[in-house]
Design a protein around this ligand. Structure first.
Ligand SMILES: NC(=O)c1ccc[n+]([C@@H]2O[C@H](COP(=O)([O-])OP(=O)(O)OC[C@H]3O[C@@H](n4cnc5c(N)ncnc54)[C@H](OP(=O)(O)O)[C@@H]3O)[C@@H](O)[C@H]2O)c1
Length: 261
């Protein structure tokens, strides 16, 4: 399948209203896919992004769900199936990124990180894989029929993020799950991940945050949204890569700790 040939395909993107999720939704839409655009609080951004998706000549369905709730997560998937009749691509981008340290986070804080950043992607992946279209075939399906799950990790899974300990645990779990699911979901579905480095300042921070941390990667740059969305299109188009993580981080994972501690 060529990168630009997603015509007739459908994708569910969590956290798709703005920022990286929206960039991924627009890239998949630009390649021809219809998009179920999940959001939680950002309804206005979701409507705007949905309009931009539709202006590319494909369909868009914004759907709200709190991914901390298992019930709402399951409900999201059911509604997405009703809208589309079946999903070909699942992008787990929604995430929380609260401060916490290993000597002080509470179970409630850890649980919240795990629910949104690990459990919701797993639940959605299970529901995605349970679709009839992916029932285990006798022969491996042709490349064009392969399903795709892409999870969003973080380059920090490779070292110790002392300021976001519970978050780091949740993303590290999602890394392991990506590998487990790549085996469990084969041969009908590929499961891969993207681990961004410095792309956008976290919600509440401004460009200064990025400038201060630019030197933490060998490329001494801030990555662009296109650097992420092109990695996504590549993973979706490739028929033989599964269980893989693409670090889009300017080499940050090799250099070491982001905060020097
Ligand atoms: N930005 C970076 O440079 C960077 C670096 C490393 C890794 N990443 C990873 O890349 C992915 C995208 O990054 P991002 O910066 O675009 O993410 P983000 O802005 O921090 O979060 C994306 C979306 O997650 C949704 N979300 C949060 N809690 C939710 C909940 N309980 N239920 C449902 N949705 C919820 C929010 O939706 P609403 O706004 O609709 O509420 C939010 O817009 C994330 O997985 C992140 O960890 C990003």
């Amino acid at each position: 399948m060529m990168q630009s040939d997603l015509a007739g395909k459908t994708a569910l993107i969590t956290g798709g209203a703005k920022r990286i999720g929206a960039a991924c939704a627009l890239a998949l839409a630009g390649a021809g896919a219809d998009i179920v655009l999940h959001y939680h609080h950002s309804s206005e951004d979701a409507e705007k992004t949905a309009d931009s998706i539709r202006s590319r000549g494909v369909r868009a369905w914004p759907l709200r769900a709190d991914l901390e709730s298992e019930k709402e997560t399951r409900g999201l998937f059911e509604k997405a199936l009703d809208m589309t009749g079946g999903l070909d691509i699942l992008v787990n981008s929604a995430s929380i990124f609260p401060d916490s340290t290993v000597d002080s986070f509470t179970w409630a804080e850890l649980e919240q990180n795990l629910r949104v950043n690990t459990w919701a992607p797993l639940l959605l992946s299970r529901l995605f894989a349970a679709q009839e279209r992916f029932s285990v075939p006798e022969d491996p399906p042709e490349a064009a029929k392969l399903g795709n799950i892409v999870n969003f990790l973080d380059t920090r899974i490779t070292d110790n993020d002392s300021k976001h300990a519970a978050y780091a645990l949740s993303k590290r779990n999602l890394f392991t799950l990506t590998r487990m699911l790549s085996v469990a979901c084969a041969p009908g579905i590929k499961v891969n991940a993207i681990a961004p480095g410095l792309i956008l300042p976290p919600p509440g921070e401004n460009e200064e945050y990025l400038e201060k941390l630019r030197h933490t990667n060998p490329m001494r740059r801030v990555g662009r949204l296109e650097d992420i969305s092109s990695a996504l299109l590549f993973l979706v188009a490739n028929s033989f890569i599964t269980g893989q993580v693409i670090f889009v981080d300017g080499g940050r994972r090799i250099k070491g700790s982001m905060y020097g501690v």
